[in-house]
Design a protein around this ligand. Structure first.
Ligand SMILES: [Fe+2]
Length: 199
């Protein structure tokens, strides 16, 4: 079960609304490499993970990603609250989103494609899943790098840098997990096959 703590993992305090910025940061909410997909990928993969310490790692990181989803939601909300009609009209990048969702926070990619489970993988195979997880963390880091290239708001960038740093840490931890999994497979003299099915 989850116990909700009513605070963000890292504070989000944005002073200046900026719907244009919101229209691409939304990708880390519901885009192909965003935080919703990250949390569901790890929290779903953990059931078939045969090694308890790696199951725990997936639970830890999957739970943290839910906290990141919440932070991205807070960024989108703070960037779009109290907009005037004129501010919406003068921002063509945000207008299509506004038509569909007003200023509600909706899981979609910056390109407009709504969140889809097809953007995550759960294969039930140790090496497949952990390799996907490393790639996912790397892709999330690149997306945060791209956001930093497009944003000049220091309040936003401070939070994005924190999130980017966490992706680097997760990438490292999944790298260690692959190494640990391979050691365990070597112990049984089973090389990188699925221990649940391949003998
Ligand atoms: Fe992550």
């Amino acid at each position: 079960m989850f116990v909700y703590e009513k605070k963000l993992q890292y504070p989000v305090r944005i002073k200046t609304p900026n719907p244009k910025l919101a229209s691409f940061i939304i990708s880390q909410y519901g885009g192909p490499d965003g935080e919703l997909g990250a949390s569901l990928r790890y929290l779903s993969q953990r059931y078939a993970m045969p090694y308890p310490e790696l199951k725990a790692l997936l639970t830890d990181i999957g739970t943290e990603e839910l906290g990141h989803l919440e932070m991205i939601g807070a960024i989108i909300h703070q960037l779009t609250r109290n907009l005037t009609d004129e501010e919406v009209r003068s921002c063509p990048a945000f207008a299509p989103y506004f038509v569909d969702h007003t200023t509600g926070v909706y899981p979609t990619a910056a390109s407009g494609f709504p969140w889809n489970a097809a953007s995550i993988g759960v294969k039930g195979d140790v090496i497949c899943d952990l390799s996907e997880d490393m790639a996912a963390e790397q892709k999330a880091r690149v997306t945060y790098d791209n956001i930093l290239r497009l944003s000049d708001d220091p309040d936003v960038n401070d939070v994005i840098r924190f999130l980017r740093e966490r992706e680097v840490v997760h990438f490292q931890r999944f790298g260690e997990a692959v190494r640990l999994a391979k050691e365990k497979m070597d112990q049984k003299n089973v090389y990188f096959t699925n221990p649940a099915f391949d003998r």
